[in-house]
Design a binder for this molecule. Structure first.
Ligand code: CAA
Ligand code: FAD
Length: 380
C-alpha cells in the first residue's frame, strides 16, 4: 500500500500543526490544571474546517478523505489531546454516523451545523453497567403515539455539557436484545434531559466528561436513525471508524512526547556530554521512533482501507490497539528521558503520559480490540 502524502495532505498537516502550536499550546497546561474546556479553540477549529473534515461540502463539510483527517488528528494530538477528542467525536462518531445513516431531513437540520462547527455533537452509548458489554443497554425508548419516551442514564460522555446534539443509543424492544436497540438524535434543553456533574479525570482534563440523565424525554419519531432495531449496528459501524480517529490521537500523543524527549536529550548534559550520547538514552529514542513509525503505518492503513471502501473493522482495531500501547510506552519513556523535569508540568510530557492512558480505554478498551481482532482473524 502506498502511504505517500499528496500536496493537499501536506498542506492539511501544516495547517493543523500551525494551529496547534499557535492556538492550543499557549494555555494547554493551565486548561489541564483547571479542567477547562478549550471553548475558543474549538470554535476556531470549526471555522478552520477541522470539525467536519470528511463531510460532503453540500452539508457544510470539507469533503476530505480519512487520511487527511488522521494526519490532522495526529498534529493536534501532539499538543492537546483534550481538543483532539472533541474533533474525533464530532468527525468520526457524530458527523459520519449522521451522513452515512441519517435521513435527508436529519442531515439538513443537524449535520450541516455539526460539520461547520456551529454546533458540537456527542455520542452516548456507555452506561453505568454497559461499557464494554454494550448490548446490555438499560436506557429505554418506548414508542408512545407519535414519539418515543426516553429514560435512563449514560456515563462518561465526552462533550457532555458542551454539545448541542446527542446521538443516544437505547433499547426499544428488550425481548429482541441487541436487535431491539435504536439510535436517536436528542437536543440539549429538551424537557427531562439533565446533565450530571463533570468527571474529575487523570488525563484529557480539558475535555468535558459528564453523565447524562433522561427522564420521560419525548423524542419525535423522525429523530430515530435508520430502521427500527438498527441502533446497535449503527453504534458498531460508527465505532469502527471512530477507532481510527482515536488511534490517530494515540499516535499524536506518542509523537509529541517523542519530539520533546529527542530535543531535550540534545541539550541536557550529564557526565560531561549531552544525554543523547549515552547509549541507554539513544536506544530509548531508537525504540520510540521505530514504534511510532509502525503505529503510523497501521493508522494510515486503516484510514486508506476506509477511503478505498474496504472493510476497516480489523485494521482500525489493530491501529487502535497498537498505537495506544505505543502512546503509553513512549510517554513513560519521554518522562524518563526528562528525568526530574519530566515530572514537572511545564515540560509537557507528564501531561502527555496522563493523556495517553485514555486511548487504551475509550472507544473500546484494548481487551475489546483484541476480541474484535481475534474474531476477525479466526473467521478468516
Ligand atoms: N459492524 C456491524 N455490525 C457489527 C459490528 C460491526 N463492526 N460488530 C458487531 N456487529 C453486530 C454483530 O453482527 C451482531 O449483529 P447480528 O446478531 O445481527 O449478527 C451484533 O452487532 C452484536 O455483536 P456481537 O455478538 O459481536 O456482540 P458482543 O456482545 O459479543 O459485543 C463487542 C461485541 C465488539 C464487544 C461490542 O460490544 C463492543 O464494541 N464493545 C465496546 C463498546 C465501545 O467501544 N464503546 C465505546 C463508547 S464511545 C466512546 O468511548 C467515545 C469516546 O470515548 C470518545
Ligand atoms: P468495563 O466494561 O467495566 O471493563 C472493565 C475492565 O474489564 C476493562 O479492562 C475491560 O477491558 C475488561 N473487560 C470487560 N469485558 C471483557 C471481556 N469480555 N474480555 C476481556 N476483558 C474484558 N462512552 C460513550 O458512549 N461516549 C463517550 O463520549 C465516552 N467518552 C469517554 C470519555 C472518557 C474520559 C472515559 C473515561 C470514558 C468514555 N466513554 C464514553 C466510556 C468508555 O467507552 C468506556 O469506559 C469503555 O468502553 C469501557 O467500559 P467500562 O468503563 O464500563 O469498563
Amino acid at each position: 500500500m502506498d502511504f505517500s502524502l499528496t500536496e493537499e495532505h501536506l498542506m492539511i498537516q501544516e495547517a493543523a500543526r500551525d494551529f496547534a502550536r499557535a492556538e492550543l499550546l499557549p494555555g494547554v497546561i493551565e486548561r489541564d490544571e483547571k479542567q477547562e474546556f478549550p471553548k475558543d479553540q474549538v470554535k476556531q477549529m470549526g471555522e478552520l474546517g477541522f470539525l467536519g473534515m470528511m463531510v460532503d461540502p453540500k452539508y457544510g463539510g470539507g469533503g476530505m478523505d480519512t487520511l487527511s483527517y488522521v494526519i490532522a488528528m495526529e498534529e493536534i494530538s501532539k499538543i492537546d489531546a483534550s481538543a483532539s477528542v472533541v474533533m474525533s467525536v464530532n468527525n468520526s462518531l457524530v458527523c459520519w454516523g449522521l451522513e452515512a445513516y441519517g435521513t435527508e431531513e436529519q442531515k439538513e437540520k443537524y449535520l450541516t451545523k455539526l460539520a461547520s462547527g456551529e454546533s458540537i455533537g456527542a455520542f452516548c452509548l456507555s452506561e453505568p453497567e454497559a461499557g464494554s458489554d454494550a448490548t446490555s443497554q438499560k436506557t429505554t425508548a418506548f414508542e408512545k403515539d407519535d414519539h418515543y419516551v426516553l429514560n435512563g442514564t449514560k456515563n462518561w460522555i465526552t462533550n457532555g455539557s458542551t454539545a448541542d446534539f446527542y446521538l443516544v443509543i437505547a433499547q426499544t424492544h428488550p425481548e429482541l436484545k441487541h436487535k431491539g436497540i435504536n439510535a436517536f438524535i436528542i437536543e440539549k434543553g429538551w424537557e427531562g434531559f439533565e446533565i450530571g456533574a463533570k468527571e474529575q479525570k487523570l488525563g484529557i482534563r480539558g475535555s468535558d466528561t459528564h453523565s447524562l440523565m433522561f427522564t420521560d424525554v419525548k423524542v419525535p419519531k423522525e429523530n430515530r436513525i435508520g430502521e427500527d432495531g438498527f441502533g446497535f449496528k449503527f453504534a458498531m459501524k460508527v465505532l469502527a471508524g471512530g477507532r481510527i480517529g482515536i488511534a490517530a490521537q494515540a499516535l499524536g500523543i506518542a509523537a509529541g512526547a517523542y519530539e520533546l524527549a529527542k530535543e531535550y536529550s540534545k541539550v541536557r548534559k550529564s557526565f560531561g556530554t549531552e544525554i543523547c550520547n549515552h547509549q541507554a538514552i539513544a536506544f530509548k529514542l531508537a525504540d520510540m521512533h521505530t514504534q511510532i513509525e509502525a503505529a503510523r503505518m497501521l493508522v494510515y492503513k486503516a484510514a486508506k482501507d476506509k477511503d478505498n471502501k474496504e472493510n476497516y473493522d480489523l485494521s482500525g482495531a489493530m491501529a487502535k490497539l497498537y498505537a495506544s500501547q505505543v502512546a503509553m510506552d513512549t510517554t513513560i519513556e519521554a518522562v524518563q528521558i526528562h528525568g526530574g523535569n519530566g515530572y514537572v508540568k511545564e515540560y509537557h510530557v507528564e501531561r502527555l503520559m496522563r493523556d495517553a492512558k485514555i486511548t487504551q480505554i475509550y472507544e473500546g478498551t484494548s481487551e475489546i480490540q483484541k476480541i474484535v481482532i481475534s474474531r476477525a482473524v479466526l473467521k478468516d
